[in-house]
Every structure is written in C-alpha cells, then in structure tokens.
Design a binder for this molecule. Structure first.
Ligand code: AMP
Length: 417
C-alpha cells in the first residue's frame, strides 16, 4: 500500500513522525525542520478527510513521564503548520476516547511515546547492582509489555503510516512492532519516509556509475562499517576530515599533533588493501591547512600531508586536494557525502568542505544523483546554502548511516514484510 493509493476519508490514521526538534531553555523550538518535513503526509491525510493521530518521541526521558520532554510545547507550531487546531492527548496510552471522538479532518497529537519505557522496549530504573538473572527477567518483561503497548496504540486507528525515518533503525513499539497489528493493505510509508527509502535505493542498489563516496568527520572507528560496505559498492572513495591522519600515520607520515586513532592504524592499512583488491580508487588529501592550535584565529599554513611539523595540527584539506577531489566528484554519476572535510564550524577551516559541497552541486547540475546525509554534512550543506543544489539531503542521521552500512532497518522491514 502507498500513501497515494490509500483512501483516508473517514479513516483514523496513526502516523508516526519524528518531532524530536531542538528547543531552548524556555521551550521555544529553535529549528522546526523535522515538523515541516512531516507536513506533506499530515496535510494529505487531513485534506482527504482522514482522522489524524500523530505520534512522536521527544528527547531521551529516563523516567515516565518527564515533563521537560513534553510534546505540548510544540503543539501550537504543529497546529499552525497544519492549519487545523490539533487536540492534545496528555497520556499517549490513555487516548482511546479522544482518538475515537475524532471527526473527519481533525487531528490529535499524542504525548511523548517515550514517557512509557515500553516504547523503546528497554527496562528502566533497574538497580545498578542487579544480577544477570534480574536483568534478563526485566528485559523479557519489557519486551512482552512492548507488544501490548504497541497493540494498544494500534487499536486507536484503522491504518498505520510511518513517516519517521530518523528512528527507522530502532525496533520500537511505534516504529516497528505496531505494524504487526495491521495487514499489508493498511500500513504504508509516509511521503518523507518514501523519499528517504528511495534515495538510499538510488545510491546503494540502483547505482549509475561512476559512484563516488566522500567520507569525512572525526573518527574512522565510527565509520568503519560504512566504509567496509562502501568498498564493495563504490568506484571512488574520498577520505577527508580528521580520519585522514590515521591513514597518513599508517603510511608512515608525520602528522604533528593532528587527531589520530593510534589503535586503528592496522585497520587503516586493511582498508587501503581492500580498496586495492576491490578496484576502488581511494583518495586521501595530498596537502592540508594546518594550525598551531585548535582555534579559528590560530596561525595557519598549507603543507604536504605527510609532513606536518610537531606542534601543528591538520584542520582542513588544502587547495590541491580540493582540486583533485572536485575533479573526481564532477566525473561521477552517483555521489554520497557523509562527514565534513575539515573543521567547517570555524570560518578559516571551512574552505575544503565548501569546495566539496560546491563540486557535488556542480556534478548534480550535470546530471549526477547526489545524497548528502548523516549528521554534520547536513549542517555543512545548509551552511553553504547549497542544500537545494543536491539531489537529496537526508533527515535521518543514525538511520541513514545504518542503511549505508547495508543493514535492514526495522522500521522499513515492518512495512515491507
Ligand atoms: P563526525 O561526527 O564523525 O562526522 O565528525 C564531524 C566533526 O569532525 C566536525 O565537528 C568537524 O569539525 C570534525 N573534523 C573534521 N575535520 C577535522 C580535523 N581535521 N580535525 C579535527 N576535527 C575535525
């Protein structure tokens, strides 16, 4: 079933969204991107005369409930964007009457699902000195309770729509378990989720070659599974950011005080070997901008990547590397970018990341498909004002990374199976 084919008229739709937006100390929303991202789905259902039950998590409450994570603070913004007065159910697990009373075109927002430990299905409040048996029993009990909780949420509605890609990698009550209560004709992806799933498919399985992945950020260790999977798929792998120095050190280079994961040197060598075996061209920076301290106003100079003097640290790729990387990117037909090429938060070390973003935008204008996602590269592309010049900017951090690792995401499997 797809959201376009389903007839929502008179039907109650349980829509799982990701309204986990950042807020300041006075509960003002500081970035409503996630709320706006779900609007096409919510507006579509309302416009058809459907009855909306909107459900989300907010933050990571450790107790049930924890008022500072209430979704009531975002209710006015949701109503404003949706163009209808959205009702509020202040207990997501006791919303039977409110959901049953909805009329066509009306909407209710449920209070934070994570006010119940059942949502995540993980025991809460277990004593620190609990024995293994006690832990195992608590785990079993919460899994059983999670099933009941999911069944109860499902009982509010006639159909289930998952539009929360950001939590698709979690097997939670409302993101995956709930789908068991609906047959295949009554469960579907929302528009946002559908776009995310198709973007990942376009890059990872319907790839038009050459395929270039640009990986950056701070650590190899957090990206190893992604790199391993990409080595079986890409033609070119460009490595940028601080993880460069682990590779350079492994090659015997001098990296001064640059960030380096000493215990990952063998891994770096292994990656380089695997790239060669798989005919993947691995690109490391050839020059870089170094600084005498981790500060935007530090002294800086550009040096060859293997010759960083002691007391200096690598902060960004140099212009020669920018040109080499841009050239590879512009010759590609499929592009995946995760992680900045340098400390882009500091003006003086943002040049390399900007050059990469621009090259991806140029390649996209020439017909390439480009997917940008997973944390900081999204902030990067937004900072440089190029988000609308790439094919797709993912809203899902961890979920996108797991999809690129090649994992099956429970939220997707629950609808597809
Ligand atoms: P990650 O969360 O692993 O994608 O890492 C992103 C972070 O890596 C950003 O905050 C960047 O500032 C940081 N980063 C990128 N290049 C460097 C570098 N050469 N030295 C230190 N941090 C870096």
């Amino acid at each position: 079933m797809t959201i376009e084919n389903y007839n929502f008229k008179g039907h109650r739709a349980f829509v799982r969204v990701d309204f986990n937006v950042p807020m300041d100390d006075d509960f003002n929303i500081t970035d409503d991107t996630r709320i706006r991202a779900a609007m096409p789905t919510l507006r579509h259902i309302i416009a058809q005369g459907g009855r909306l039950i909107i459900a989300s998590h907010m933050g990571r409450p450790k107790k049930n409930p924890d008022p500072k994570y209430s979704l009531k603070y975002i209710l006015p913004r949701v109503s404003e964007l949706l163009g209808v007065e959205v009702k509020f159910a202040d207990d997501c697990n006791k919303a039977d009457e409110l959901c049953a009373s909805l009329k066509d075109g009306e909407a209710v927002l449920l209070e934070n699902l994570r006010f119940y430990a059942e949502e995540e299905g993980k025991p809460r409040g277990l004593a620190e000195d609990a024995s293994d048996d006690e832990k195992a029993a608590a785990k079993k009990a919460i899994k059983a309770a999670q099933k009941e909780f999911a069944k109860h949420l499902a009982s509010y509605a006639d159909c289930y729509v998952n539009d929360a890609f950001g939590t698709a990698h979690r097997k939670h009550a409302s993101t995956a378990v709930i789908a068991d209560s609906f047959d295949k004709d009554n469960k579907m992806f929302g528009f946002l989720m559908d776009k995310e799933v198709k973007a990942v498919e376009t890059v990872m399985s319907k790839t038009v070659r050459p395929f270039t992945a640009i990986m950056g950020g701070s650590k190899v260790s957090t990206k190893i599974d992604i790199i391993e999977n990409l080595l079986t798929k890409v033609d070119n792998l460009i490595i940028g950011g601080a993880m460069t120095y682990t590779f350079i050190k492994a090659q015997g280079g001098m990296i001064g005080n640059s960030l380096c994961e000493e215990d990952k040197l063998d891994l770096a060598i292994d990656i380089m070997k695997k790239a060669e075996q798989n005919n993947v061209k691995l690109y490391l920076a050839v020059d870089n901008v170094i600084a005498d301290k981790f500060d935007n106003d530090a002294h800086r100079q550009t040096v060859e990547i293997h010759n960083i003097p002691s007391g200096w640290l690598g902060m960004d790729i140099g212009e020669m590397s920018e040109r080499i990387f841009a050239d590879v990117i512009k010759k590609s037909k499929t592009i995946l970018w995760n992680g900045p090429a340098g400390v882009f938060e500091m003006e003086n070390f943002a040049h390399g990341s900007k050059a990469i973003a621009q090259a991806i935008a140029d390649a996209t204008a020439m017909g390439a498909y480009s997917l940008v996602g997973g944390g900081d590269s999204v902030a990067c592309i937004n900072k440089f004002g190029l988000a609308d010049k790439v094919s797709y900017v993912s809203t899902g951090g961890g979920a996108l990374l797991e999809a690129i690792e090649g994992k099956v995401l429970p939220g997707i499997a629950a609808i597809n199976e």
